[in-house]
Design a protein around this ligand. Structure first.
Ligand SMILES: Cc1ncc(C[n+]2csc(CCOP(=O)(O)OP(=O)(O)O)c2C)c(N)n1
Ligand SMILES: [Mg+2]
Length: 189
């Protein structure tokens, strides 16, 4: 499965109120090329922080919040899974795009290519709703189940690395400003 094809499918019919936080680099680029959304939050530069940022957002709003994380980034901040297990927000879905590599910086194999199992680590962190998917059909079915049930969910999506899209023309300050404005429209009181 190619991440860009999968991202296009998952975002195509997604409710406008669902927040999607993108891992740095190609994942955020692909989210933008799939169609920019008010509630997309792109984390350029912030390796390891995608799921942590999504966790923080999920604890402060009633929207469903989705992290589109990467295997390398999650490996750099495994504590984020432990904290997600500890806080257990029902509105959080973490999708880990697992290409078994640090793709953007040279496609070196990551630990998931060897013996590290991120689904087992999620379960060991107290996250009971987990699944590993290998193709788009399985992913769509897991994602829709996660959207319409209580989480937190961790979905490990095994992907092949494809060609990269051009870097998206987004700036961190503008992304944050636009995203904050959009969240304030329906802020918790
Ligand atoms: C703290 C920090 N260390 C290293 C980098 C350089 N870097 C940028 S992307 C990346 C790999 C990310 O891997 P993964 O999350 O699996 O995403 P992929 O590129 O495979 O889509 C690295 C090492 C960085 N941006 N920040
Ligand atoms: Mg990777």
């Amino acid at each position: 499965m190619l991440r860009f094809e999968a991202i296009k499918k998952l975002l195509r019919d997604l409710d406008d109120e669902v927040v999607v936080v993108g891992n740095l680099g190609p994942t955020s680029d692909e989210m933008w090329h799939a169609g920019d959304r008010e509630k997309n939050y792109y984390t350029y530069g912030s390796m390891g922080l995608c799921s942590s940022i999504a966790l923080g957002i999920s604890l402060n709003c009633n929207n469903k919040v989705v992290a589109f994380d990467g295997d390398g980034s999650i490996l750099m901040n495994l504590g984020s899974l432990a904290t997600i297990g500890r806080e257990s927000p029902a509105n959080l879905i973490v999708v880990i795009w697992d290409n078994e590599m640090w793709g953007q910086v040279g496609r070196q194999y990551s630990h998931t290519h060897y013996r590290t199992n991120l689904e087992d680590i999620s379960k060991g962190s107290g996250i009971s709703r987990t699944i590993t998917v290998e193709n788009i059909k399985q992913l769509e079915s897991a994602f829709s189940k996660a959207l319409f049930s209580e989480g937190p969910w961790v979905v490990i999506a095994k992907i092949e690395e494809g060609e990269y899209m051009p870097v998206a023309p987004v700036e961190p300050e503008k992304t944050t400003y636009k995203f904050r404005e959009s969240m304030l429209k329906n802020a918790k009181t």
